[in-house]
Design a protein around this ligand. Structure first.
Ligand code: GTP
Ligand code: ZN
Length: 362
């Protein structure tokens, strides 16, 4: 073979022409998506990562403060969706967010797209074969689905009113990588039982078990799940996995988000009593006498005799706390709590908040 043989000369592709991989991170409410995201952002991976977050909430300030990773070079593009979700408004929002990001092209080399816990990854993935212009810049690297080891079984069994496949089942069916997170909360038997159930829905995805979403990042980033060779059609892969473009994903109409602001400082013991009444005893009712069914709660609390913000989070009846940034000296202190669930009504929540927390709703 001669030295001048064209085939031997490597093609020089300028760096800016390289397509940027996108990893979709999905999973049910509270499964640990943000925990994974923050973990990725704090790891040494040599990548400059842009993050697109799509939280299911009314306001975005609270999510912002809790979702941004620390350190490293980080670019964020925020999607503000009020009581909506990315997959129901794919064209408008998902594409726009990526397009906005692409204007900063060259500044990052990876995109992580976190969806809301109620999103269907199918329509989101479809932008990677429907939008040609976008696809000249980016490609879908893989879909990572976070699963809550404690509550997944329950979510899988939930029946939708119209009898269609529920959100949890859809998410698992379309995953390339399934991360069974929160293994610290279950015993080996329950874990095996759950992984078997998951396997019966999706037998081809790679499955990992984690606590606090800790795992080797090479297993989730740059996995190139669909090949870049061009002979695999993304659309066909998704059809094989049960996705149909005609399927209209309807967001669970019974699930609502409510953001409540509360004056002043709160005693930690009062907060405990409120959370236990709401989440454990389920004694808080709405105006029709139905129990407030909280699937997810996130709050930033101003505690009495404490200079640091307290972040409280709950998934079903489990809740945890962590202290974050200090309050500034002259800053007006208040509390913000976001509730996601069924049978929520503002008045009943307000009454039980003044009863337990001894403070007024703003
Ligand atoms: N015990 C335990 N708790 C965890 C683990 N991973 C996350 N959590 C907690 O679970 C709660 C939800 O975690 P997030 O990472 O915010 O979940 P998410 O999927 O981003 O939540 P949404 O965006 O609201 O759907 C937080 O209180 C976390 O501290 C884990 O491995 N074990
Ligand atoms: Zn949707």
């Amino acid at each position: 073979m001669s030295d001048s043989d064209d085939d031997d000369i490597p093609e020089l592709v300028p760096a800016e022409n390289k397509k940027v991989p996108v990893t979709i991170i999905t999973g049910f409410l509270g499964a640990g998506k943000t925990t994974l995201l923050n973990y990725i952002l704090t790891q040494q991976h040599g990548k400059r990562i842009a993050v697109i977050l799509n939280e299911f909430g009314e306001g975005d300030s609270i999510e912002k403060s809790m979702s941004v990773g620390e350190g490293g070079e980080l670019f964020e593009e925020w999607l503000e969706l009020r009581n909506g979700c990315l997959c129901c408004s794919v064209k408008d929002n998902g594409v726009k967010a990526i397009e906005n990001l692409m204007q900063k092209k060259g500044k990052f080399d990876y995109i992580l797209l976190e969806t809301t816990g109620l999103a269907d990854p199918g329509p989101i993935a479809s932008i990677f074969w429907l939008d040609e212009e976008l696809c000249s810049d980016v490609y879908l690297d893989g879909i990572v689905v976070m699963v809550d080891a404690k509550f997944c079984k329950q979510h899988l069994q939930e029946e939708k009113p119209d009898g269609s496949v529920n959100d949890s089942q859809r998410q698992i069916a379309l995953a390339d990588i399934i991360i069974v997170n929160k293994t610290d909360l279950v015993d080996v038997e329950d874990l095996n039982d759950l992984t078997q159930t998951i396997r019966s829905i999706n037998g081809f995805a790679r499955l990992f078990e984690t606590s606090q979403a800790r795992m080797a990042l090479e297993n989730i980033l740059n996995i190139n799940a669909y090949g870049l060779s061009g002979d695999v059609k993304l659309e066909d892969i998704f059809t094989l996995r049960g996705f149909s473009p005609q399927d209209k994903h309807s967001i669970d109409k019974g699930v609502h988000t409510m953001t409540i602001q509360i004056h002043g400082n709160i005693k930690k013991s009062d907060l405990e009593n409120f959370l236990q009444a709401l989440l454990w005893e389920k004694s808080v009712k709405n105006y029709e006498g139905h129990t407030l069914d909280v699937l997810r709660l996130k709050g930033v609390i101003s505690l009495e005799d404490c200079d640091t913000r307290l972040v409280v989070q709950a998934v079903h009846e489990l809740y945890d706390y962590h202290y974050t940034t200090p309050w500034e000296n002259n800053e007006a202190r208040h509390n913000t709590i976001v509730f996601i669930g069924r049978n929520l009504d503002r008045e009943s929540l307000g009454i039980s908040i003044s009863q337990y927390l001894h403070q007024k709703v703003i």
